[in-house]
Write a protein that binds this ligand. Structure first.
Ligand code: PEP
Ligand code: MN
Length: 367
């Protein structure tokens, strides 16, 4: 059960303490107080864990400081959207707001290769008014003989250049807790020149120990990528580990499913699940058209398959787009063939804008 306190009731207030005390009078019930950044306000929620079956909802609802008490399904206890929970779980990080309502494009290098390419990329993003980028330092590769990423070696110049070009959040994958420590150290050394969104890659979607480590730090937000070969339910349960460890700054990312039925695309585009994830959870939803489509094929209408896939996600209400660009894809050490070129950035963003406006019109037509 979740007891949602009224807007002005803080986690440390006597009213919250009273609710905890009431709840813990029931045998085998333990109460946990959580401070949650909702899309429009900070919420204090008291989670009742354990044998809550016999705890009545109405005794809590009689408290003047309680907004409502919600009996939740066991599934997705923290990230889930339970009956009566209209508020989504947005958050603000480094001055950028992430909600189920807005949209950010994170464009950039799949893998950092050299300083020049990072600089060209970030400069181009600044030129089009973007403050969010992708730049992979640690790459989980299918073969141990493939390029593994420059890791902590590249972080100083990535963060310095991000600061120089006004990039506020850089998305980058981590595959171990040690890498999270390296990122914290490099951010500190850069004088917090930028911010980082930690990516959990599809290959680590069920790496529960990594999820716990990343969830136990509450500063950096997390982009959780759906497992490519497991059910949506399994991915959402795995994502729940982050929130269960106390980190609610989560964006859930769709990136296509591994099946031969996606051929000739790299993965089967699953952006029809954007509204599904928004309905089942309170998290902002990201789409990754680059790793879904995996190639720069062009349709007869002149638009790239990657642009069509992007449009499918954005018109369904996606809140973030993670997309590969590279100044010289032939030099890229990872995923060059799917990277868009610098001169494709403006048309790409214009297309996103057109489709986002269409999504907003679709919504307005229903209200
Ligand atoms: C990536 O975004 O760099 C990546 C490896 O993606 P995924 O985990 O979805 O394959
Ligand atoms: Mn890649």
């Amino acid at each position: 059960m979740i007891i949602v306190m009224k807007a002005d009731i803080l986690p440390e207030s006597p009213e919250t303490a009273l609710v905890v005390q009431m709840a813990e009078r029931y045998p085998d019930v333990h109460a946990e107080v959580r401070k949650i950044q909702g899309a429009t306000r900070v919420l204090t929620e008291v989670y009742l864990l354990g044998s809550t079956g016999n705890v009545p909802v109405d005794i809590f609802e009689e408290f003047p400081a309680v907004e409502k008490a919600i009996r939740i399904r066991e599934r997705y206890r923290s990230i889930g959207r339970h009956e009566g929970q209209a508020e989504s779980l947005g958050f603000e990080y480094n001055g950028v707001a992430f909600t189920q309502e807005n949209l950010h494009v994170f464009a950039g290098l799949c893998a950092v290769d050299n300083r020049t390419n990072v600089e060209v990329m970030f400069k181009a993003l600044q030129g089009v008014g973007l403050q969010t980028a992708r730049a992979g330092a640690y790459k989980p590769r299918t073969s141990p003989y493939d390029f593994q990423g420059y890791g902590k070696e590249c972080l100083p110049y990535v963060f310095e250049l991000a600061g120089k070009y006004g990039i506020k959040v850089v998305a980058m994958e981590v595959t171990s807790g040690a890498q999270v420590d390296e990122i914290f150290a490099a951010l500190a050394a850069s004088g917090q020149a930028t911010g980082v969104m930690l990516q959990i890659g599809t290959r680590n979607a069920q790496n529960f120990e990594l999820l716990k480590v990343v969830g136990q730090q509450h500063e950096l937000p997390v982009l959780f990528k759906r497992g490519m070969g497991i059910s949506l339910d399994e991915s959402l349960n795995a994502c729940e580990y982050l929130a269960a460890s106390g980190n609610y700054k989560i964006v859930f990312c769709l990136r296509g499913m591994k099946t031969q039925y996606g051929d000739p695309h790299r993965n089967l585009v699953d952006f029809g699940h954007v509204p599904v994830v928004k309905r089942l959870t309170r998290l902002p939803v990201c789409i990754d058209p680059s790793h879904s489509v995996g190639k720069k094929a062009q349709a007869p209408d002149g638009l790239l398959d990657i642009e069509h896939a992007t449009a499918q996600g954005v018109i369904a209400g996606a809140n973030m787009v993670l997309v590969d660009f590279h100044p010289h894809p032939e030099e890229a050490l990872c995923d060059g063939p799917q990277a868009l070129l610098m001169n494709e950035l403006v048309p790409y963003l214009r297309d996103v804008e057109i489709v986002r406006a269409a999504y907003e019109q679709r919504r307005a037509a229903r209200t």
